[in-house]
Design a protein around this ligand. Sequence first.
Ligand SMILES: C[C@H](O)CC(=O)SCCNC(=O)CCNC(=O)[C@H](O)C(C)(C)COP(=O)(O)OP(=O)(O)OC[C@H]1O[C@@H](n2cnc3c(N)ncnc32)[C@H](O)[C@@H]1OP(=O)(O)O
Length: 721
Amino acid sequence: MAKKIGVTMEVGNDGVAVITISNPPVNSLASPIISGLKEKFQDADQRNDVKAIVLTGNGGRFSGGFDINVFQQVHKTGDISLMPEVSIDLVSNLMEDSRKPLVAAVEGLALGGGLELAMACHARVAAPKAQLGLPELTLGVIPGFGGTQRLPRLVGLAKATDMILLSKSISSEEGHMLGLVDALVPPGDLLTTSRKWALDIALGRKPLLRSLHRTDKIGSLSEARAVLKNTRQLAKKIAPNMPQHHACIDVIEEGIVHGGYSGVLKEAEVFKQLVMSDTAKALVHVFFAQRATSKVPNVTDVGLKPRPMKKVAVIGGGLMGSGIATALLLSNTRVVLKEINPEYLQKGLKSVEANLKSLVSRGKLTQDKAGKALSLLKGALDYAEFKDVDMVIEAVIENIELKQKIFKEIEEICPPHCILASNTSTIDLNVIGEKTNSKDRIVGAHFFSPAHIMTLLEIVRTENTSAQVILDLMALGKAIKKVPVVVGNCIGFAVNRTFFPYTQGAHMLVNLGVDLFRVDSVITSFGLPLGPFQLGDLAGHGIGMAVKEIYAKVYGDRMFQSPLTELLVKSGRNGKINGRGYYIYEKGSKPKPDSSVLSVVEESRKLTNIMPGGKPISVTDKEIVEMILFPVVNEACRVLDEGVVIRASDLDVASVLGMSFPSYRGGIVFWADTVGPKYIYERLKRLSETYGGFFKPSRYLEERAMNGMLLSEPKASRSRM
Ligand SMILES: C[C@H](O)CC(=O)SCCNC(=O)CCNC(=O)[C@H](O)C(C)(C)COP(=O)(O)OP(=O)(O)OC[C@H]1O[C@@H](n2cnc3c(N)ncnc32)[C@H](O)[C@@H]1OP(=O)(O)O
């Protein structure tokens, strides 16, 4: 059925015109909606039988904001005139300055432009649990329909800057306490109360309040300046490489100093500049890329329905297993956690409890909910509880024989519909399932640590995994608040494989004489939260050595053989786990660079002996970024070439959520396309001539560079899936 897009107006016998936005699924403010709103407000203004107006959204949602597709069109065409003029014409003049009282009836959500329309109304009535917020900064822009001016005037400057800068939404209950919502009523009463409220204003029983003209919550100029000073410091910390945070504070300040209307004018100007910024292009790309991951050809488009996952068993209560169990429990799934002996089982159960406790202590979970989650957990030392499970997720150590044995056992004991998933990060799923006759229900559920916090879930399918099993795992992933990305089966899957050269490039640089702490600092300035050496410390160098061996077997032809990790472990530095790696880790303080590690580095340099003429090379920060991240792009090209991901943007999402690659750079492939495939190819070629095969450009990169194509452009099908 075609979507019904438009704006309707119905005038009741009471003289109230109800204007309703309809644009499923979130009533986004697309061009026809904006022109429809203009038309209806003009009509309502002119009609003598209309005394007051109520604005609402169809289908239980007020509005998810301005249509983000328009940003994408502007980015594709470079034509900023595609952005409609809304802030002054519609929001300030037609709505807020209207002589007729205007009340917003809010249900479900009012985000971005949606909340901005509501704030331009003279009062807001909301149903419970509606989500209210201005998340524009996550898209690289600022609120553009007056939100930077009206929100501070309705909830106070400190709360408004907190909501806008951190893109934090609040519930209608909190909005009510703050004064953003004037009345909170059950959904069934929403329209009746809103109509009555609008008529009360018309009859002078309630005041007609124009948000932009209010000053009661702003405080004195010096108070406001103090808040803005703190906010600028926060922006420096949380968004050093993004323009929209500082721009937003400037716009808010303009309104405080020169009045709301002046602020609205500046907001419109800055908004348009920011729409065209590289940051906005990248963040809008990530928005749509993330949503595209839920579209998997031959899985989500063939009429299948996900089956309910009521009870899930997790085998192994270590770091990963207990994290996965926690994530499942938090979404009300019954979990059986199996271990091999009572001691390990107790440890696993305690870890789950500790995960929940830490969420409670950080204010992310109520004590009640933690208790409820824990009541759904059962420990097990045998398979008795497995007879009615819908899915098993194996999360034991990376040992092929052990995993094969477990899969054989669970195949026999679990019901025939049960999904048999492994959380392996390095072992081929075909090998894991080799001894079973259930290859169609074997799938990878690759969580990232800590599994109850990191949002990426790689769903690894083999050529035998059934579409139903993939769909079920996707649905479970979404239910436990992950972003599932379906990938093909290869060593390292999409994220770990793409990023295996990340550490290697860093090791190469250090062996060439570059200071390791400088490398980390350059990479964190680029936007990754941890440089390669600190990341290695966090993962543990024992694990690092084991993983390196696994990768060497398959990707050995393009690896840089550095003895640094082995030397580090030999000198008793296992990383954060034993308090010492490249950095020193002490409880309660930040990791400190350990200068004594430099003797280990010297030893490594002697062994590799790659410094030209025995002297350290001299490199710029830009070259450091290139020598570390271009090999990553090169591996991403192989991942694309082999069809390990369905589309290039899936790898962008996976790199952002799995490796914390900066979202404002759009993910690894998007960033590479911004830099230019030809430039990357030429740099890698030159580096490979000087430093060898580690940098050798892949065939895919070479082809794209030669043909002037972007890396993200789809190619003729040659997929692993
Ligand atoms: C001038 C103004 O100040 C500028 C703005 O208003 S910018 C926009 C500000 N608004 C936002 O950032 C909200 C973005 N949307 C969201 O956060 C979430 O979609 C939501 C909380 C509204 C709903 O979440 P959820 O129910 O999980 O559904 P979700 O899968 O995300 O979205 C459903 C569909 O609506 C689309 N959609 C959501 N918000 C949209 C928007 N503002 N514009 C266009 N499409 C939108 C999604 O792309 C998706 O489309 P698809 O089904 O074709 O993939």
